[in-house]
Design a protein around this ligand. Structure first.
Ligand SMILES: NC(=O)c1ccc[n+]([C@@H]2O[C@H](COP(=O)([O-])OP(=O)(O)OC[C@H]3O[C@@H](n4cnc5c(N)ncnc54)[C@H](O)[C@@H]3O)[C@@H](O)[C@H]2O)c1
Length: 267
């Protein structure tokens, strides 16, 4: 079992989905946790679930694209618990079904500001604490869409590709200081992300969900994952069991990027 006793952790976007499963797993492994999200009621529900299971948790509302809110997230965690050991940069948004010539600059930049800028800001304000203690563990939640080109996902693919190489770059700068940074590339995970696409007109939602289930069914493992299947890997990566892992880009995707789906009669 993953042992995170004595550790202090922040998971962004942990009111729902992968973040929620991850913060619960980290708390269950013994760490004191900060649940953070833009949506207060979702974050508070996660805190209540952790406390009901005997864990220690606080909620701090933060939009990760806003510097003052990120600073407050880190400061509140450190002043409440007396330190910080673990950061999971999970919060992120999808980009809608758009090709480059169809996206307004403002919308493209909004996705980059949350997915990439938010990862940068949380990391920037966590690092001084990690540097002081010469220990820190970061997991960035990227995506298989950062490894491949996916149709009509221009902004999302650009943002997740950036997170992957940023993970490698951070490794070069901070491995000598005892700080480990890894990324997870989830494949199709059954969360609300796909269901919250603001750009979808009413009635298109069902079609989007059906498209997603069909795409997941075509992957080698043939299904979507549950959020806990990503959370288990994130908890491992921030634990001492992964002590020689840094700069790793770990796919948790049911084999998604191992192959192109040729269909049955391709050879
Ligand atoms: N679900 C998938 O199939 C999948 C696949 C690959 C990668 N991912 C990545 O996993 C991460 C989590 O996605 P999920 O599927 O659990 O989504 P989700 O929508 O279920 O949960 C995301 C959470 O992040 C919060 N959030 C959104 N914008 C925020 C902001 N600016 N600041 C703080 N919190 C914010 C939301 O309120 C929500 O609670 C994302 O980075 C996503 O890109 C998901």
């Amino acid at each position: 079992m993953t042992d995170l006793r004595g550790k202090i952790a922040i998971v962004t976007g942990s009111g729902n989905g992968i973040g929620r499963a991850t913060v619960k797993k980290i708390a269950e492994s013994g760490a004191k946790v900060t649940v953070s999200d833009v949506i207060v009621e979702d974050g508070e529900r996660t805190v209540a679930e952790i406390k009901a299971a005997g864990g220690e948790a606080i909620f701090v509302q933060a939009d990760i694209s806003q510097e003052s809110q990120v600073k407050n997230l880190i400061d509140t965690t450190v002043s409440t618990y007396g330190g910080l050991d673990i950061l999971v940069n999970n919060a992120g948004v999808g980009g809608g079904q758009l090709r480059t010539h169809e996206i307004e600059l403002e919308d493209f930049m909004r996705i980059m500001a949350i997915n990439v800028g938010g990862t940068f800001l949380c990391t920037k304000y966590a690092l001084p604490h990690f540097l002081k203690q010469r220990d820190g563990r970061i997991v960035n939640i990227a995506s298989t869409y950062g490894l491949i080109g996916a149709p009509k996902a221009a902004a999302y693919c650009a943002s997740k590709g950036a997170i992957i190489n940023y993970t490698r770059q951070l490794t070069v700068d901070y491995a000598p200081d005892g700080i480990r940074i890894n990324a997870i590339c989830p494949g199709y995970i059954d969360t609300s992300l796909g269901r919250r696409r603001a750009t979808l007109a009413p009635g298109e939602l069902e079609a989007a969900i059906a498209r997603r289930e069909k795409a997941a069914g075509m992957q080698p493992i043939g299904r979507q994952a549950q959020p806990i299947e990503v959370a288990n890997v994130a908890a491992f990566l921030v634990s001492d069991d992964a002590s020689f892992m840094t700069g790793s880009i770990v796919t948790v995707d049911g084999g998604c990027v191992t192959t192109f789906n040729y269909g049955e009669a391709s050879n």
